[in-house]
Ligand binder design. Structure first.
Ligand code: ATP
Ligand code: ZN
Ligand code: ZN
Length: 803
């Protein structure tokens, strides 16, 4: 008897284990590990993943698998094992670990069909199957199950004659195109042509076309090539000389675009030196993590491209991650331009159907390179030769829901399995990565200069307190205003950057820049409008908003924040002649609008590009000579120990957009805290000094990379319950961890109530705590099993958002 071990799609503690099912005889040999199946579970029928097969089970009374959901495994062996690793390292349910690896179309209920492959004729199928595909090249999955032909279909799928497709209802219309092909052999066709009446010259021409080009052709194309009409073609179809049929084409989101093919550029000496160890690791199948630390515009992308080239020539595959926000057409073009159809692109702008198509290309090894945001790290390649993470410092590489994984860790784990290098690239590496490079855990590669030794833009820091003192209440300093005007006259372009994160959540004195900080934690207090309170979300410290600034006694102390729309309005008042393109969540909501706005800007249809985070990265336009940062402070005061690091990174990134080509660039950074080291050093574009300063602070404050963090959040509808349970949890942890470990809390979470549930948290800081995962698991087990209490516990090992 064959038994399948199944992980069922019921995300609870009790069901987070393997369940055994008998494989009924009819599915013997069909069901394989990595396939999804339908199994009976209690009174219901549900989905599950087969993770293994065996001959015996300890359980006596087993139920049977009802039916398979796939013709081929959707998860290969490596990914199944990676699922175990994910579960152990992020403390998630197994089912989440597998689901995160698959495109959305495979998760929801979409119409499933078995389809004849594009280059396969019905007659190539076994006789038994032919009737099912005679009238339509697609067969409902339900019908396949009912007719008992799944094993047969599976064999053909393995040969590439059939495939499973998902039709996503409503959202994506399947793309069908009309094709025509000859209904007879070439010889027969040549005979038939003589029987066409002399007055039907057009019909003869079409047949002649097919005699010369004996293959199928899209109807539209035929009509234009032979200069005929569809009705003439139809006449031949009616005479049964030609066959008309419909074919589904891949929903290709890039179909309307042509990519100018690029050739590898001759590398500069610096690039040569940097790429050599990577090529060497590829050559020798050696796992190694490289940190490619290169200033903005230093030619990192060219190094990625040429490393991938090497991998492809070796017959291997590459995964490239870029942050969602910089997954712009410009970035995609660089990969498509070099490797053309060998590239699959995965990002959130695609519809579920498009994403599935891209994923299928990877699974079927039709492409060699997967470029995408975070989840592309699970691309189902099986012969990976390199993994590249661009802008490795970006916090969006960490997923903030189960499984709470970091793409960097997953990349390294997969790369170990494939013995291949990982390249982490950044102009402003995360402190964690740079520290590892200093310790020689990662191999550091540096590109200290821009291409052709162009200078980095010159940066000027403007003290906005001074502006206020001198009577300028506008959000534009006089200097920035002058420079914007100057660029418009010179017909050069400017980028205005408004940092939106942390919007109006902190209190600042507009006279002296003083910000209320927690006396215990060195992070800013968060402002709560409801009760005019400020609070520390690490330790729970609270304070009223002062009426006067404790530093300078000014009464201009208040919460802080502005929106892009307001900036646009003000621009309209002070610089009515400026043509402005605004880019934020409101103007880029529609599909393709992001691209259109950027193209307009590139084509010189505007003088100023005004935007949020989404314009900080990737832009490489020659005519940008001025970058203005409206307020550098907003992010500095987030309740987050990484606030300085994020500020430095962002300011450096934005500044890097100016003067990348011939014209030199200038940057204006407006701030209320001009003396803050992350502003000063971003102005000097001195990462190395920033790193040293920030490391000192992290060390004394016991934060990463000196300490690891884990965050426990408990929520419940009753505040009393949350507090008392959290106290128990904290007590339990304190009694089990070693003496060097710091346990902070309980404290209310930065978002203290979500959906009427109160939230409390506890932050654990530790250097070495080999048993911590076990301790945390015990806590999870205890609370997740007890579903009646209504208490929810979540644990984030290595959190990036401490909310
Ligand atoms: N070897 C080379 N020869 C000539 N031009 C090059 C070479 N390498 C890169 N470039 C060009 O230099 C410019 C900057 O390079 P690239 O965009 O790769 O830098 P980057 O380090 O990835 O920048 P950023 O981190 O700011 O996005 C690009 O226009 C690129 O085409
Ligand atoms: Zn003040
Ligand atoms: Zn505090």
């Amino acid at each position: 008897m064959e038994i399948a071990s199944v992980i069922v799609d019921v995300p609870t503690k009790q069901t987070d284990r393997v369940f055994d099912y008998i494989i009924p005889e009819q599915w013997g040999g069909v069901i394989q590990p990595g396939m999804r199946v339908i199994v009976p579970f209690g009174p219901r029928n549900i989905q599950g993943f087969v993770i293994g097969l065996k001959a015996e089970s300890e359980i006596k009374k087993l139920r049977e698998i009802l039916e398979p959901m796939d013709l081929e495994p959707v998860l290969n062996k490596e990914l199944l094992e990676l699922g175990d690793w994910l579960t152990d390292h992020t403390l998630c349910f197994k089912i989440f670990a597998y689901q995160v690896m698959l495109p959305a179309a495979l998760k929801a209920k979409y119409e499933k069909k078995v389809k004849l492959a594009a280059d396969t004729a019905v007659t190539e199928l076994p006789l038994q199957l032919q009737p099912f595909f005679e009238h339509e090249d697609m067969l409902d999955w339900e019908a396949a199950l009912k007719n008992g032909i799944v094993p047969l279909l599976q064999k053909e799928a393995a040969k590439g004659q059939l495939e499973v497709i998902y039709l996503v209802k409503e959202r994506v219309k399947k793309k069908q195109q009309k094709y025509v092909k000859p209904s007879m052999t070439l010889a027969e066709l040549s005979k038939e042509i003589d029987r066409i009446p002399a007055n039907a010259e057009k019909q003869r021409q079409i047949l002649r076309f097919f005699i010369e080009n004996y293959h199928e052709i899209e109807l539209r194309k035929l009509v234009s090539e032979v200069k005929t009409s569809t009705s003439t073609v139809k006449a031949l179809v009616e005479k049964k000389l030609l066959t008309e049929f419909e074919m589904e084409v891949y929903r290709n989101p890039f179909a309307h675009r042509t990519f100018e093919r690029t050739k590898p550029l001759p590398l500069t000496d610096a690039q040569q030196t940097a790429i050599a160890p990577i090529l060497d690791a590829i050559e020798r199948n050696q796992h190694e993590v490289f940190l490619l630390y290169g200033v903005t515009g230093s030619g990192k992308t060219e190094i990625y491209l040429q490393s991938i080239q090497e991998v492809i020539e070796k017959g291997q595959e590459a995964i490239v991650l870029v942050p969602e926000i910089s997954l712009t057409p410009q970035m995609v073009n660089r990969f498509k331009g070099r490797f053309g159809d060998l590239v699959a692109v995965l990002h959130s702008g695609l519809s579920a159907g498009e994403k599935y198509d891209e994923w299928r290309k990877i699974q079927r090894k039709e492409v060699k390179v997967a470029v995408g945001a975070r989840s592309a790290i699970f691309a189902p390649f099986e012969n990976i030769g390199i993994m590249i993470i661009d802008e490795e410092h970006e916090t969006s590489y960490k997923q903030e829901e189960m499984p709470r994984y970091h793409a960097r860790d997953v990349a390294i784990e997969r790369a170990l399995n494939y013995n291949c290098p990982v390249v982490l690239g950044s102009a402003t590496p995360s402190l964690e990565s740079f520290a590892r490079a200093q310790k020689k855990v990662y191999h550091l590669l540096s590109l200290p200069n821009r291409m052709n030794n162009q200078s980095l833009p010159s940066v000027e820091i403007i003290d906005m307190r001074e502006e206020l003192r001198e009577g300028n209440r506008s959000m534009f300093s006089r200097k920035l205003f002058e420079m914007l005007k100057d660029r418009i006259e010179k017909k050069q372009q400017s980028v205005l950057f408004l940092n939106k994160r942390g919007h109006s959540s902190f209190v600042m004195c507009r006279d002296c820049g003083y910000v209320m900080n927690c006396p215990n934690c060195d992070i800013s207090l968060t402002y709560h409008r409801v009760n005019e309170h400020m609070k520390c979300h690490y330790c729970g410290y609270e304070s009223y908003v002062p009426k006067h600034c404790p530093e300078c006694n000014s009464e201009y102390i208040r919460y802080f924040g502005t929106g892009t729309q307001k900036v646009e309005e003000e621009l309209g008042k002070i610089l009515p002649e400026a043509r402005v393109i605004r880019m934020d969540v409101d103007t880029t909501g529609k599909k393709g609008s992001h691209e259109r706005l950027l193209t307009d800007f590139k084509d010189g249809k505007a003088d100023i590009l005004l935007g949020t985070q989404m314009i900080a990265k990737g832009l490489d336009f020659p005519n940008i000579t001025l970058v203005g940062v409206l307020s550098a402070d907003t992010m500095l005061h987030l309740p987050d120990f990484r606030a300085s690091e994020k500020t430095f990174q962002l300011l450096t990134q934005v500044s890097g957009r100016a003067g990348r080509h011939q014209l030199p660039g200038e940057v204006i950074i407006q701030t209320y805290t001009p003396e803050h080291y992350s502003v000063v050093l971003a102005g000097k574009q001195d990462y190395d000094l920033f790193y040293q300063q920030e490391m000192l602070i992290r060390k004394t404050r016991q934060y990463p990379p000196f300490y690891y963090l884990s965050l426990i959040t408990v929520s419940h509808e009753q505040l009393i319950t949350v507090v008392s349970e959290m106290e128990k949890v904290v007590k339990h942890i304190r009694s089990h961890v070693s003496s060097g470990t710091v346990v902070l809390g309980p404290a209310a979470s930065p978002i203290p109530r979500i959906n009427n549930r109160y939230r409390y948290q506890c932050l654990i800081k530790y250097k070495r705590e080999p048993n911590l995962i076990k301790i945390l698991k015990t806590i999870l087990d205890q609370y997740q099993k007890d579903t009646k209490s209504g208490l929810q516990v979540s644990i984030d090992v290595n959190p990036f958002i401490l909310m």
